[in-house]
Ligand binder design. Structure first.
Ligand SMILES: Nc1nc2c(ncn2[C@@H]2O[C@H](COP(=O)(O)OP(=O)(O)OP(=O)(O)O)[C@@H](O)[C@H]2O)c(=O)[nH]1
Ligand SMILES: [Mg+2]
Length: 444
């Protein structure tokens, strides 16, 4: 077992509020995972989803003690699983000294409360678990703010059950007065105020990013973003392509904050390459919302590199999960290069052949061994080239500002200063063409 769960990271919340949140985060070390098999899901799907939940729980530092699956037509409004099943699991949990039950789907606040009564221990759902991991891993100020925002939004409608713990605590110490509904309302108000404060701070961060991005656009290098399922090898690929040393490890959500590095293609074209947070099935909507600013890099990109762990038995489902998050952030129509990673780990070509039929232009690589990387670089170059028009431009010698501008935003391939006008062969990004309209002679 790794370290037990740490409590939510609520750096700057007032002490009182912090106490409120901490009571909900008693030690989580021995967990019981629960999934349901609906008509719409096959047994295999439920199994794979639970395997992933197991990995998430382990990433968060917990030890898996028991697992239970219930077959049912639809979840029960009050208790999610059937009340009889819940009693049965509760007995099993007590016998095995389990301290936390984790459900594979998002529970409503009422379901959580009711289940807490039956199990008499901490109840979490997949969303809370993912938030927990993100909370453990956030490093930058922006990342921490985004997570805190998502956590507080998740907590707000669930505040009542934490209240009951706290109420008992207060009663025993007698240090904090005010029992009952009014205190709960005060706590809710505090939470809402904090959420608003974070939102305004996040807005500032977004503005800063926009300024940075505007600066970058002036430098006129196309932007490529690496996207993909968590643990697909995105950071390893960024490192392999740009010789950097971004943390890459065999854990879910190793990367939270985006990193951008310059990539120089064999054609001499510069590209800005961004590695960002990985996606997962059932990614909490609040989290996608909170990470909008970070994912803005993806929305702005000229090209997406969609990295797939081709050796994963669920590769195809993972592609779909990534595509649906891309749709959620409004990035589904971007030109996308499919990158099949971990080719070195393939045994048998069944899955590969099937996926290659679906994605005939995919490039197979191993970010680990370097296999296929040169193909990938060539393909990135091909994909980005149409973004720039290759033109012949003639500028009178006196107009030095225009000449300087041409060098700043374009890629000057050849120049000649003889004659009455300076002659350039240059690649210019389409959105800068207007500036040079008066000087363009023809396509080079
Ligand atoms: N065998 C093999 N392993 C790889 C390859 N690429 C990455 N890995 C391993 O896969 C694991 C995950 O790699 P990361 O680069 O951290 O993956 P990521 O997509 O950035 O993951 P998150 O940031 O957690 O979303 C690490 O243990 C890597 O060493 C590859 O081509 N072959
Ligand atoms: Mg990563």
């Amino acid at each position: 077992m790794k370290s037990p769960f740490r409590p939510f990271l609520l750096s700057s919340v007032s002490r009182k509020l912090k106490a409120l949140v901490l009571t909900s985060n008693t030690r989580t070390a021995r967990v019981f995972l629960v999934g349901i098999e609906l008509k719409s899901r096959t047994a295999a799907n439920v199994r794979e989803s639970l395997d992933e939940l197991e990995e998430l729980a382990e990433t968060a530092g917990a030890q898996i003690i028991c697992e239970g699956i219930q077959k049912m037509a639809a979840p029960i409004a009050a208790t999610y699983i059937g009340p009889g099943k819940a009693q049965e699991f509760a007995t099993q949990a007590r016998a095995n000294d389990v301290d936390t039950i984790i459900f594979d789907d998002e529970l409503s606040p009422a379901q959580t409360r009711n289940l807490e009564k039956i199990f008499a221990c901490k109840i979490m759902d997949r969303t809370a678990l993912i938030l927990e991991i993100f909370g453990q891993r956030a490093r930058t100020r922006e990342g921490k703010l985004q997570i805190e925002h998502a956590q507080l939004k998740y907590l707000l409608p669930r505040l009542t059950r934490y209240w009951s713990h706290l109420s008992r605590q207060r009663g025993s110490t007698g240090s904090i007065g005010g029992e009952g509904e009014s205190q709960l309302e005060a706590d809710r108000r505090k939470l809402s105020e904090r959420i608003e404060k974070i939102e305004s701070e996040l807005e500032k961060v977004v503005r800063q990013r926009e300024t940075q991005r505007a600066g970058r656009q002036r430098s006129e290098w196309p932007l490529a973003s690496i996207v993909g399922y968590t643990n697909a090898g995105k950071s390893t690929l960024l490192n392999a392509l740009t010789g950097s040393a971004v943390l890459a490890e065999d854990k879910l959500f190793a990367t939270l904050d985006p990193t951008t590095r310059r990539l120089r293609l064999p054609t001499n074209q510069n590209v800005l390459l961004t590695d960002t947070v990985g996606f997962i099935k059932k990614l909490p909507h609040g989290l996608v919302e909170a990470f909008k600013a970070t994912l803005e890099e993806v929305v702005q990109a000229d090209l997406l590199l969609h990295v797939v762990d081709i050796s994963h038995p669920q590769a195809e489902e993972q592609i779909q999960a990534v595509n649906s998050v891309l749709a959620e952030i409004g990035a589904s129509n971007k030109s996308t290069l499919m990158v099949f990673n971990k080719m070195d780990r393939l045994n048998g070509n069944g899955a590969l052949n099937r996926l290659q039929e679906k994605f005939p232009h995919a490039v197979g690589i191993s970010a680990m061994t370097g296999e296929g990387i040169s193909n990938l670089l060539a393909e990135i170059g091909t994909q980005l080239r149409p973004k720039r028009e290759f033109l012949e431009v003639r500028v009178p010698h006196g107009e030095s500002a225009v000449i300087a501008r041409l060098h700043a935003v374009g890629e000057v391939v050849s120049r000649s200063y003889r004659g009455t006008k300076a002659k350039f062969k240059v690649r210019i990004p389409p959105h800068h063409l207007d500036e040079f309209a008066a000087y363009i002679v023809r396509a080079a």
